[in-house]
Design a protein around this ligand. Structure first.
Ligand code: MG
Length: 250
């Protein structure tokens, strides 16, 4: 017979902070678009037909996203999806060529991984939090810490492509808390997506922070516990919650 904690209001103790990656710690959209631009330039040099000269980065993104949708749940490797997207793009412009697709993919990878930059608030925030909290990464993307200057900064990392389940699925949050060695209620999750990060965390009882860098309106019914415009606001949030020592959650 175990002791039941029931519905008693528990003191909130945050032990761990899990961070989303893309658009939270680094500007993935920018590096992805810039990297595609490099491959597009190469493609136009190799195949200067009117169709290829008319091709745009937006079209390439559409082709990739459509492909990702088709293979959802089947192919998890984001690099594999990207490589196939180059093959499909070449088919789309009437020049199927697997070798050229592999060449374009290599150009893409070089820029996508070498040119990625952290937002300027990441390192100062991690420096402030690291002595007090276990920090982790929970990402649906594929930027591993060693590829963006964050090697050794995380106590745990969880990538959807490795565990084959993605945010906002409760399972990936449970896996993350297990790796962090804490309860979900002790894990503060920080991310830019209301659906994937905030609702995902809320559904499993983890407190959440919505990082809204651009001051976007929240036109959903998803309510984060906190909304911030910069990661540097996190130490203050945690400080306040620690001082109050009671759970303010509904
Ligand atoms: Mg994100």
């Amino acid at each position: 017979m175990g002791v039941q904690r029931g519905d008693m209001e528990k003191p909130l103790q945050i032990l761990t902070i899990s961070f989303d990656g893309d658009m939270t710690l680094w500007d993935f959209r920018k590096v992805m678009r810039d990297s595609l631009k490099h491959t597009l330039t190469e493609m136009q040099k190799r195949i200067p037909t009117p169709r290829v000269l008319k091709l745009t980065v937006d079209e390439m993104i559409e082709i990739r996203d459509q492909l990702a949708e088709e293979v959802k749940g089947e192919i998890w490797s984001l690099l594999e999806i990207r490589r196939r997207a180059f093959e499909r793009t070449l088919e789309h412009v009437g020049h199927p060529d697997k070798d050229l697709a592999a060449h374009l993919d290599a150009i893409y990878r070089k820029h996508r991984f070498e040119d990625i930059e952290l937002y300027p608030d990441v390192i100062p925030t991690f420096d402030a939090l690291a002595p007090h909290f276990k920090l982790g990464l929970l990402s649906n993307g594929n930027t591993y810490p060693e590829r963006c200057g964050l090697e050794g900064r995380f106590a745990f990392v969880v990538f959807s492509q490795d565990v084959q389940v993605e945010k906002p699925d409760p399972k990936i949050f449970q896996i993350t808390a297990e790796r962090a060695g804490c309860e979900l209620s002790q894990m503060l999750h920080v991310g830019d997506s209301l659906k994937n990060d905030v609702a995902g965390a809320k559904n499993v009882g983890a407190p959440s922070v919505w990082l809204n860098r651009d001051g976007l309106p929240n036109d959903t019914n998803i309510q984060p516990d906190y909304e911030i415009a910069s990661l540097t606001e996190i130490p203050e949030i945690i400080g306040i919650r620690r001082k109050n020592k009671t759970c303010q959650e509904k």
